[in-house]
Structures are given as structure tokens and as C-alpha cells.
Design a protein around this ligand. Sequence first.
Ligand code: PLP
Length: 382
Amino acid sequence: MVAERVKGLKYAIRDVVLPAKKLEAKGHEIIKLNIGDPDQYDFDTPQHIKQAACDAIMGGKNYYGDSQGDAPILGSIRAWDKRVNGSEADDYCITQGASEGVEFSFSALVEPGAEALVPGPNYPQYMSVPRLCDGVPVEYACAEGDGWQPDVDDVRKKISGKTRVMVVINPNNPTGAVYSKKMLQSLIDVAGEHSLPLVSDEIYNLMTFQESVSLSSLVKDTPVITLNGISKNYLSPGWRIGSMAFRNCPEIFEACLALGRNRLCVNEPCAWGFKAALDGPQAHIEETKKKLIERRDFVVKRFGEMGVHCVEPKAAFYAFPRIDTGDDKQWVLDLLHQEHVLVVHGSGFGEYGKGHFRLVFLPPIEVLSEALDRIERFVKNK
Ligand SMILES: Cc1ncc(COP(=O)(O)O)c(C=O)c1O
């Protein structure tokens, strides 16, 4: 009954919640460090953004919006891109989260049997969506020994006659890596040599603890689609609003517009909230980063003290420590059952994630401290 392409569909970050729910049903309290949702912890959507969405509802903006995005909202996305990224794309459209941008990009580019070059480790959608398009995700290595930077030689090796698109996730989930200008330039050069369009996922671009640049600001004539959204930078993941910026790829843009028309529009009131987020005060960004840096430092120090190797994340809110096991999923399940701490197995982020786990360091230090005490006890008893 069920189509082959859907069988075995996985999303590790939420799949691990199922066994956790069973434990909760038995009365156990679980410390959940699996999902990158700041609003589940002590972060909240800034007031002026909430107000703008409420005003949109009360002001009657409850109609179907334009499929591409209403003109004033697109204007704010363009102005923000110019101001924040130093980049101006040819065209923009609004999406239901960056997730829909991923779906649109691959739907537009991946023919059955075609290959999508994606970073390893990667955010799980980058493995599942190419497969849903009957294509094949091919992972290029990001080297842990090099702070999880892409291995450009491996990128070259993985390109074949079937490759149709190359994905860069910068800043990166799950590793927290930020790529240098030089690295981005090398990736652009490789894409250019093979006439490959780039998809640059920059959903964490304001949650960085060191300098970072937008890939799009560096390209001359290489086609690039940049994905972003309200979820992380503006602490509103439940709103499901994102954006796509298109440079040097008018045909892909037209294809994405057609896909957009097929799903009518995004959540219209929240789209107006997105406009307020882009135009309005940005004070929450420094406040959020201050908390994140403190929490990142605490987590990295604790892993160091317990002898667990963990590359220091330079952005976002994920640590990706290495564990000494052949079966990281079982390790994560054992940790859950024995210590009631929920993290995500590294293999859920692709082949290169194996032997690791991803921990979200969004909670306050007291919660992280308790979780890390439990992880330390678990590691010592192994
Ligand atoms: C790298 C990356 N891309 C895309 C997404 C999806 O973001 P959105 O909430 O905008 O759909 C996430 C969410 O965690 C992510 O980490």
C-alpha cells in the first residue's frame, strides 16, 4: 500500500522521542536534549514579533497571501539580506520554514536517480528529501580533526556525472562548525568547475560565536539558493516561516514559484511577524548568544573533564561529542533508559556522524549540569 520511497523514512531527532514517551508514560522524568527548539527552554519570541503577528490577525490579514510572499514582506527579506549578509539576490520567496526551502530545492533539482551532494554529518532532511525525490544523497566528509570543516578533496571525489546539486550547511547542524571565507570560496570554486548549483543553508547565521559570512555574498556567477528563516535567529520555530534567496538561477526560481503556488501560501499572520522580526529591534540576538556561549563553554568543559572528546561548537546550540561505541543508537537508548537523558545518535545525521551523539545545550546551566552528571556516570559505568 505504502510507496517504496516513504518506507524507512527517518528523522532521528524526533524518532528518539518515541521510547522517551514510553518512559514518561511510566512516570519517569526525562531531560530532553534532543531538539533544537530554543522556545522549549528559557528563550522566547521577542515581544514586538509576537505583537506584529497578533496585529496581523486582528487587522484582518487572515486571507491567503501571495504564494511567493506579499510584496512588503519580500522587500524586508531583501533589505535584511543586504544589511546582514552583504548580499542581494535576484529573487526571494517565502516558505513554510527552511524545511520547505529544502523540499523546494530538491524537488526542483533532483531527477529520479540523480545525486545530491550533502555534507556528512548533516541535518537529517538532507538525506530524506533527495530520497523522496527518488534521488540519491551522497555525503562528503567534514573532518572532525579539522574542526568539522568540509574536506574539499572528498567533495571533488564524490562528484559524479549524476550530481545535480551541492549543499553547504553553514553554520552547521549538528557540528556547530562555521566555515571560513577561504573554505566557502573553495566550495564555490568546485561547484563552479562542475556547473553545480549550490544550496546554502544559513538558518543559524546570526547565532554565531565568531565571524561568519554568507556564501551568497562571495559568488559571482555560480547559481546559489540561500535558505533561512524565523525559527532560530528569531526564536520562533513553531511559526513555520522561512525564506529562499535565488542568485544566478532564474529557472530554479520559477520552478520554486510553481511549487509555491501548489501549496497556496504560508501562514499569513506569521509571515507579517517575520517582517517585523527582520525590520525591528535585534537586541535578543546578543542576549541569546551570551547565554549560549556560557552554556557552550560549560558543556565543552564538562566533556573535557570526563574524557569525552568534543570539538568546540562555534555557532548554534549543538555539541557533537565522540563516543567509543560501534552502535551509537544503542548507546543513546541505554543512556535514555538508565539515566533518563535524551540525546540523538550521531548515525541519525548520516554515515559521518557515526560514533557520536548530539546534545542540545539550550537549557539553563542547572539542567545541563544534572544531565552531564548523569552522562558522566553512564560513561564511567560503561
Ligand atoms: C540546518 C537546518 N536546516 C533547516 C532546519 C529547519 O528549519 P525550519 O524550522 O526553518 O524549518 C533546521 C532545523 O533544525 C536545521 O537545523
